[in-house]
Design a protein around this ligand. Structure first.
Ligand code: SF4
Length: 243
């Protein structure tokens, strides 16, 4: 009885907060809800993936309400900050989402170059392929739709993406946050009072694997990743799209 009343208060609180969002955002949220319902009506299977950064949280928070049955995959490269793993678990619990890990089938002892160093030191593209792109491929074969939170305003490559894209495996990608601006993301986080990745407070902006993440000098959203290398993407949003 007590639990039921707590649940009711939680829902009322959430509904109150939703009213503070702009009409534009509410419309975008309705659009996501409609698409997910369409997938269900058509009997299509879907999953989401997330890196569990603070700016990923609006999508996860919405999916927790719109599609709690949707599995959310976290790519466990083995090189994440321990803070990210703790944050992933806290968010999963708080949002009621079903988080599952996927990882490379290539053991770390076989992920070293001729000098015996991990590939991220000499060939980060190959390291990302082994630890991120390749582990995603079986999911793209198994499910009809991959939901992920890329946004058009994050970099030049993402600017050219569409809300729906085909995958090389014959499925589809759905980008529900593509037209959300950085300001809208932070407005949602603030109004809904979402938690923050603990490394935000230390000045990190884009947080991926520990060896390839630095604090940015300028504070741009994707700055601080693969610093000093001619690389801005891990391949998930370039290679896993039908060209
Ligand atoms: S981000 Fe760095 S450590 Fe992580 S998979 Fe890519 S190259 Fe390897």
């Amino acid at each position: 009885m007590h639990e039921q009343s707590n649940q009711r208060n939680l829902c009322t609180g959430k509904a109150q907060k939703m009213k503070e969002l702009t009409d534009d955002l509410l419309q975008k949220i309705e659009g996501i809800r409609d698409h997910v319902q369409e997938f269900r009506n058509e009997g299509r299977t879907f999953f989401a993936s997330s890196s569990f950064q603070t700016h990923s949280l609006p999508m996860l928070h919405l999916l927790g309400q719109i599609a709690p049955e949707m599995p959310v995959y976290f790519i466990q490269t083995g090189f994440h900050f321990p803070n990210t793993l703790r944050f992933r678990d806290e968010v999963a619990k708080a949002f009621g989402i079903n988080v599952l890990n996927i990882e490379s089938h290539v053991p770390k002892v076989q992920q070293r170059d001729a000098k015996g160093n991990f590939y991220f030191t000499s060939d980060p593209d190959y390291c990302c392929f082994l630890n991120k792109t390749q582990p995603m491929q079986p999911l793209l074969e198994r499910f009809d739709i991959w939901v992920n939170g890329v946004r058009a305003d994050q970099n030049a490559n993402r600017k050219n993406l569409k809300s729906f894209e085909n995958t090389p495996q014959g499925g589809m990608r759905f980008h529900p946050m593509l037209d959300w601006s950085k300001q809208e993301i932070w407005q949602y986080i603030s109004i809904m009072d979402l938690p923050r990745h603990p490394l935000d407070a230390q000045g990190y902006v884009s947080i991926g694997c520990e060896p390839c993440t630095m604090k940015p000098a300028m504070g741009d959203e994707r700055e601080g990743r693969w610093v000093g290398q001619n690389k801005t993407e891990c391949g998930l949003h370039t290679e896993l799209i039908s060209k």
